[in-house]
Design a protein. Structure first.
Length: 82
């Protein structure tokens, strides 16, 4: 998955809003910035299909997209999937 925001200069690895040299910006995540978007990629879907197939075979619980997001922010990031 790709977590992105218009506030982040990913090329230079800096948050333009907070000046923090890190993307994704932990401050934007902590503030639940509305500009944050999550893009699901094909490899995420393939991974989940494989994980869920193995889980079903072994009787373990299956995985969801939420399981691929940072645990501290998964509940609100799941609502920002584009």
């Amino acid at each position: 998955m790709i977590v992105m925001s218009e506030n982040w200069d990913v090329k230079n690895g800096v948050c333009l809003k907070h000046g923090i040299p890190e993307t994704p910006c932990p401050q934007c995540l902590a503030e639940k910035d509305e500009g944050i978007q999550v893009m699901v990629q094909e490899n995420d879907r393939v991974f989940l299909e494989g994980e869920n197939y193995l889980a079903e075979e072994s009787g373990k619980p299956t995985s969801t997209l939420k399981d691929l997001l940072p645990a501290d922010h998964a509940d609100w990031l799941i609502e920002h999937i584009v």
